[in-house]
Design a protein around this ligand. Structure first.
Ligand code: NAD
Ligand code: UFG
Length: 340
């Protein structure tokens, strides 16, 4: 089986390529390197001892996509390529609608043309808005809180309409909760461009003294210690969820939507304390005001993925903290020694 992974050199895509290769899929990647490095290919190949076929291409360019389908018989597509910063989407909404919607349409059109109608979509818990009942099931109403989340809601709507128009499509929508951690080899992980917005890359940068302080956004929520609660999931568990989803694509038709989360929520202070304990480092932090738009609590009901995909997250919060720190230290080393 040959699968196309768009955005396959990015954070979640690269870990998924590893799991796909280890499950004997042939992997073709298209990535424009806007948020990744070409050296990730060698690192994926070092982990797996297998090769990927790489196209340095952009989904805004229809001929880049055509070339991939002309040169490869693609059985299924896993679509990770997108812009993903909530903050940036508030400042540059058109960039988000273009990359996450228009470019996805280019991809779907090429798939129709080449009669490749199996598709996995990277969606997000961002589609649930702030009023969903916890734990959140897939049946909760969707209501995005920002342009980024809106692009995921529209992406999902678009796929629903596509499937309604042509039942030959087989589509799996995966709503990720909060992916953190890195591959245990220390060779691949998250490599944020510029200043990160998310909690774990900020924690690792404070631990490595790249920044002096972590701001904890609010300690007056109605939670265990007043700080925000999220469902953090190890990126390797998330990647394995995609292998289960690919298997689902080949065994049924239809459009299926799954939460990929652990089902457990941890507060910001619990994350900081666990990180400090397992890695024996100190995280200097200060409590500041709440961040606008943050819900107090957000965690998944992952029962449907367990039931229908036979998948559940296995790695602990300790694993996530240990692997995030190992990756950060290796990243630091690579920068210092100037080698990829
Ligand atoms: P990432 O930025 O690390 O990876 C995306 C990859 O796509 C990058 O390698 C980038 O270079 C590439 N890309 C972007 N636009 C492209 C284009 N037009 N053509 C070709 N390549 C392009 O992001 P990630 O964290 O791996 O996220 C992957 C997907 O998961 C995204 O769709 C994101 O919205 C979704 N998601 C991520 C999170 C998260 O917290 N990381 C949470 C929920 C959903
Ligand atoms: N937080 C801080 N300080 C920081 C950064 C975050 O206290 O400097 C807190 C937040 O207030 C929140 C928790 O840490 O309580 C997690 O925040 P993240 O920014 O890491 O993650 P979010 O839950 O806000 O958002 C993430 C992704 C979105 C995605 C959403 C749901 O960034 O893209 O999960 O999947 F939509």
């Amino acid at each position: 089986m040959k699968v196309l992974v768009t955005g396959g050199l990015g954070y979640i895509g690269s870990h998924t390529c590893v799991e796909l290769l280890q499950n004997n899929y042939e992997v073709v990647v298209i990535d424009n390197l806007s948020n990744s490095e070409v050296s990730v290919i060698t690192r994926i190949e070092t982990i797996t001892h297998k090769k990927i076929i790489f196209y340095n291409g952009d989904l805004s360019n229809k001929s880049d996509i055509q070339q991939v389908f002309q040169q490869n018989e693609i059985d299924a597509v896993l679509h990770f390529a997108a812009s993903k910063s909530v903050n940036e989407s508030l400042k540059k909404p058109l960039k988000y609608y273009k990359n996450n919607i228009s470019n996805m349409i280019n991809l779907l059109e090429a798939m129709m043309e080449f009669n490749a109608k199996k598709f996995i979509f990277s969606s997000s818990a961002a589609v649930y808005g702030s009023t969903a009942q916890q734990p959140i099931s897939e049946l909760a109403t969707t209501k995005a809180m920002n342009p980024y989340g809106e692009t995921k809601v529209i992406g999902e709507d678009l796929l629903n309409d596509l499937y309604a128009s042509d039942s030959e499509w087989s589509i799996v929508v995966l709503r990720y909760f909060n992916p953190i951690g890195a591959h245990e080899s220390g060779l691949i992980g998250e490599h944020p461009n510029g200043t990160p917005n998310n909690l774990m890359p900020l924690i690792t940068q404070v631990a490595s003294k790249k920044r002096s302080l972590l701001y904890v956004f609010g300690n007056d929520y109605n939670t265990i210690d007043g700080t925000g609660v999220r469902d953090y999931i190890h990126v390797v568990d998330l990647a394995k969820g995609h292998v289960s989803a690919v298997q689902k694509l080949f065994s049924t038709h239809g459009l299926h939507t799954y939460n990929l989360g652990t089902g457990e929520g941890y507060s910001v202070l619990e994350i900081i304390n666990t990180f400090e304990k397992v890695n024996n480092v100190n995280i200097h932090y200060e409590i500041v005001d709440r961040r606008a738009g943050d819900p107090a609590v957000c965690f998944a009901n992952p029962a449907k993925a367990k039931e229908e995909l036979d998948w559940s997250a296995e790695r602990t919060l300790e694993d996530m903290c240990r692997d995030s720190w190992r990756w950060e230290k290796n990243l630091e080393n690579r920068i210092l020694t100037n080698k990829n």
